[in-house]
Design a protein around this ligand. Structure first.
Ligand SMILES: Nc1ncnc2c1ncn2[C@@H]1O[C@H](COP(=O)(O)OP(=O)(O)OP(=O)(O)O)[C@@H](O)[C@H]1O
Ligand SMILES: [Mg+2]
Length: 221
């Protein structure tokens, strides 16, 4: 899946006046590429990721996925597109506390209408892919931070997305777990041919991708 943007501007009203957070972003990501998005706090990294992943609509400019202008899709079509084609990994894992690892990972498949049995089987395989097959019955609070993030990665890949978005996936983890989580993302990208767009501001992790894009004050540098 390739992704392209054309002069994306995103403004928010701050202190009563419209303020540009993204100031005309032109970006092109090729199918299968692993792109690292970097820059200081407040530079607009998460805001850019929200536009690329269709969680938000830019004030102006276009997001093209496989050449299709995403602005032409209804909200319902955009949600459906996200559910079927994109995977998300967040800084804070965002797992349901009341669901086991297996149930958490099954959830996106259940939302897609996949049968219960089939969902469970695929969720188990996804957990095995992140080396947590033996912890499928555990609840998030019974797992370490690194393990919880691996469950979140399993949940992100269980639907076989074409594009994986990760916003500071290692920010809540220690060095050892960070490296482990990044290696898992890298292996999945290589093995499954997924396109990855990952935010990190940590210098030592920028080299994990094929390319680094630096954002400064709402512009690419
Ligand atoms: N909904 C909003 N309303 C107003 N301002 C916003 C909104 N969302 C983001 N901003 C502002 O936009 C700027 C960029 O925010 P963003 O979250 O994209 O930064 P970031 O690069 O991801 O930073 P960090 O590394 O701290 O996560 C910040 O100044 C932030 O306050
Ligand atoms: Mg951010």
């Amino acid at each position: 899946m390739n992704l392209q943007t054309n002069k994306i501007i995103k403004s928010y009203v701050i202190g009563g006046k419209p303020t540009q957070i993204l100031k005309g972003i032109d970006l092109s990501v090729q199918s299968g590429e692993f792109v690292v998005l970097s820059g200081k706090s407040g530079a607009g990294k998460s805001t850019l990721l929200y536009q690329l992943s269709l969680l938000s609509r830019p004030t102006s400019g276009q997001v093209l996925v496989n050449g299709i202008d995403m602005a032409t899709l209804s909200d319902a079509k955009r949600s459906d597109f996200r559910l079927r084609k994109f995977g998300f990994v967040f800084q804070e894992f965002a797992l349901s506390r009341d669901l086991s690892a297996l149930e958490n990972v099954s959830l996106p498949l259940m939302c897609q209408g996949v049968s219960f049995k089939n969902s469970r089987q695929r969720a188990q395989s996804a957990l095995e892919a992140v080396e947590l097959g033996h912890r499928s019955d555990n609840y998030p609070e019974q797992l370490s931070g690194g393990e919880q993030q691996r469950v979140a990665i399993a949940r992100a890949i269980v639907t076989e997305p074409e594009l994986l978005f990760a916003d500071e996936p290692t920010a809540s983890l220690d060095t050892k777990n960070s490296e482990n989580v990044l290696q898992i993302i890298k292996q999945l990208q290589k093995k499954l041919g997924i396109t990855v767009i990952m935010i990190t501001h940590e210098e030592q992790y920028k080299t994990i991708g094929d390319r680094v894009i630096e954002l400064e004050d709402g512009k690419l540098i």
